[in-house]
Write a protein that binds this ligand. Structure first.
Ligand SMILES: [Zn+2]
Length: 417
């Protein structure tokens, strides 16, 4: 966790250290976002200046552009190598985010962390998630850590539901009377460890290089995610015409009660805790990609060809904003997302900032800020009773990690609300 925190500090530092400097002539082609709420011109300039001056910033740039983090588990990596994912064909990148009709969990009594060939031996590698994935080389497959074999045996993303000895159509693979959940594992891993980190890396690669190809690919992946991102319906909101995607939520297939952890509810793509971490990153990536989503004619034509129901760039911007940020806001306010102390407050403030909606529509940014401080977020109270003790009373290290980032997230959003 300390390692993660260190990386987080460096990543934030790369883009927000205050030493803003005039752009050089060589930077003239770099992007100047006119609608960035987090990525203001001063913040972008500071990041570029840091790259010019400091080794640590150049190392971060290299990590974002070319190296990426090792793919593992269901979450943890913060960036992939932007170069590798920008090089994917549009149709392959579009399918990087699986259809959310594939659940991301299941009853873990039913062969959780069990290989059909090597059995429970794989738990010696990791008792929860022993698998590895390679979304570019082996899309829609997980790899056994012992034998190195890949499951399932069919190419699901190519429409093949039945090939080989271990086919999985999204409902699991029945082999010798036992059901294995290859694609559910893949869907959970690729979202948290590849899709969200790739949106972070592509969006930041665009800001660091000015190369519009990064922005195009990032925007394409974000629109794809918007077509799949779940929600709990829109009753009582100003957005009643939006699609209800409850069945695609983390526990939608079980009517919002976990089939293994009885009593556990909520979540969106991931569960009610982890999704907060993802949502914060999605909000910041959206902030960098908003203008491309709204203004790229090639992107508009591509996503229209994929059936996205929009007729112009402004509608596409609203589509992404509503189906990701607005859905996240609604889930937070309704209690469907609750992480460790600091997680949901930080996510709410990031969404409030990126959404920047002070209109009379609800939920909006003011609803989120009010909730963070005076609603169930309880920040007004916690800042007084806990922050003065220099540490949260919550025991877990991840909560402490969230706590440290939370006030700064609040501070970024407050001036606008
Ligand atoms: Zn195996």
């Amino acid at each position: 966790m300390q390692h993660r925190q260190t990386l987080r500090v460096r990543l934030v530092g790369l883009i927000m250290v205050a030493a803003a400097a005039a752009l050089t002539a060589a930077d003239a082609a770099l992007p100047v976002l006119t609608s960035g709420r987090y990525y203001t011109p001063a913040r972008i300039a500071a990041g570029l200046e840091n790259v010019r001056r400091f080794d640590w910033a150049r190392e971060q740039r290299e990590r974002i552009l070319n190296r990426g983090d090792a793919i593992r588990y269901y979450l943890g990596p913060e960036v992939t190598a932007a170069r590798d994912y920008a090089a994917l064909a549009d149709d392959d990148l579009w399918l990087l985010q699986p259809d959310a009709s594939i659940p991301r969990t299941y009853d873990l009594k039913e062969n959780g962390a069990v290989c059909p060939v090597h059995g429970e031996e794989v738990r010696k590698v990791n008792v929860w998630c022993p698998w590895s994935i390679d979304p570019i080389g082996h899309p829609y497959q997980i790899r056994c850590p012992l034998g190195g074999e890949w499951y399932p045996s069919n190419a699901y993303h190519r429409g093949d539901r039945t090939s080989g000895a271990f086919p999985d159509d999204g409902t699991g693979c029945v082999y010798q009377g036992q059901r294995y959940h290859f694609l559910k594992e893949y869907a959970a891993m690729v979202y948290g460890s590849v899709v969200v980190p790739t949106l972070s890396s592509l969006s930041q690669a665009y800001l660091l290089t000015g190369d519009a190809a990064y922005a195009y690919k990032g925007a394409l992946l974000m629109v794809r995610l918007a077509t799949q991102y779940p929600n709990y319906g829109w009753d009582g909101t100003s957005f009643a015409s939006l699609e209800n995607r409850f069945e695609r939520t983390y526990l939608g297939p079980w009517n919002n009660e976990h089939p293994y952890y009885r009593g556990k509810k909520g979540g969106l793509v991931h569960d009610l805790i982890w999704e907060n971490i993802h949502l914060e990153r999605l909000a910041l990536a959206y902030d960098a990609l908003r203008e491309t989503i709204r203004g790229d004619a090639r992107l508009l034509a591509y996503v229209q060809g994929k059936g996205v129901p929009v007729s112009n760039g402004e509608e596409l911007r609203a589509y992404v904003e509503d189906y990701i940020l607005r859905a996240g806001a609604q889930a937070i306010l309704a209690g469907h997302l609750r992480g460790n102390e600091g997680h949901h407050q930080t996510a709410a403030m990031a969404v409030a900032l990126a959404l920047d909606d002070l209109s009379d529509r609800h939920p909006n940014s003011l609803d989120l800020v009010d909730w963070v401080y005076h609603g169930h977020g309880a920040t007004a109270s916690i800042l007084i009773t806990a922050a003065t003790r220099a540490r949260t009373t919550t025991a877990s290290s991840s909560a402490s990690c969230a706590w440290r980032g939370w006030p700064s997230a609040c501070g970024r959003a407050i001036p606008r609300c």
